[in-house]
Design a binder for this molecule. Sequence first.
Ligand code: RFL
Ligand code: PHB
Length: 408
Amino acid sequence: MGHSRTQVAIVGAGPSGLLLGQLLYRAGIDALILERQSADHVLGRIRAGVLEQVTMDLLDEAGVGARMHQEGMVHGGFDLLFNGARHRINLARLTGGRHVMVYGQTEMTRDLMAARQGAGLLTVYEAADVTVHDFVSTQPSVRYTKDGETHTVACDFIAGCDGFHGVCRASIPRTVIREYERTYAFGWLGLLSDTPPVHHELIYVNSARGFALCSQRSASRSRYYLQVPLKDSTSQWSDEAFWDELRRRLDADARDQLVTGPSLEKSIAPLRSFVAEPMRVGRLLLAGDAAHIVPPTGAKGLNLAASDVKFLSGALIEFYREGSDAGIESYSERCLRRVWRAERFSWWLTGLMHQFPENGPIGQKLQEAELDYLVHSEPASQALAENYVGLPLGFGGDPIVREGPESN
Ligand code: RFL
Ligand code: PHB
């Protein structure tokens, strides 16, 4: 049985864990990362594609932003397609010049892994049976098995970056943590292909046949999604069936432009809205999908993970440099304010864009009326754009109260 010590034990080597590890390393704080899967498995998961400014800035701060700036695609807008017609949401104009970056989570993870390896830092992949202990004390520890041997790591803090199905949140007594959840009756069937994207920006589609999304990873690699019933499996969806259904949900122009090809990957992701409160119990701090899930419609999941990590790394750096636990104490509250705003936005956009059979034809008509309002009202477009590019980290000071002469 091996014994060792680190300052911060990080469970999970997804974007949250790797980004936290890199920021701590640059601040001179020692961290060990434990990951259940192999590195190849982690890189094989095709997930997010849209980064907000907060995430881009944090990648720069971690010293891993170079390839993103070179290869990522800056998008100043996206299209909403409904009632057979497309309308552009001009993010840059509506938000005073802000934009998003289209750069795959896979590539971001690859950059973080390379930086960690380059710095000679330890990530234990295929760490089995990870357990967390004594986190409501100043001497927590984590235990894991690797190649049949059990290891105990003593630490000051445990960072639970182990995603929705991880062990960290599950180890917190139910009396201390409250979970809010909604599951949806449909999922997203995603297809990745080496074909040029149908459009230079993203297209979010509301159609009577269900939601669709046209996204991309590069000038020659596309990512498409279809809303499908939760009971569907990928084996029911041949590439042909996928492309046929996508064509049916697109407008005539996009249908003509669409280039199809063999899929490189196909998977179904269930949709969920979920928040666990609080995000810290003693010296166990949850970050990213371990604490909250949003349906992917608003492209917020990875970006929320990044803002959690920003707050968490800041709190830990403050603790080690200044001996202050103020940042640790306020961690959960600071994160949750931003989390709930992103939950609200993702919930709303999901409700607006997907088919809910229980709402019947009137549901479809109401969605179309709201979308029509959204693209023709400047304030409504602005609210959409402001949320899509990402609310600023410190957003939320005093409420804005405007008083005109008529309010006397
Ligand atoms: P992850 O990526 O799930 O990583 C958690 C890691 O922890 C490991 N783990 C364990 N390790 C040790 N011991 C255990 N007991 C463990 N249990 C689990 C896991 O193997 C894994 O490696 O969570 P993290 O780091 O918090 O990152 C969150 C993001 O991955 C997620 O929010 C986004 O992918 C969500 N998301 C999107 N977010 C965006 O911001 N923009 C998007 O455009 C976007 N599109 C998406 C998405 C998620 C999707 N799916 C598949 C859910 C599109 C899709 C289809
Ligand atoms: C993606 O490219 O995977 C993607 C883009 C935008 C979203 C969700 C997923 O809202």
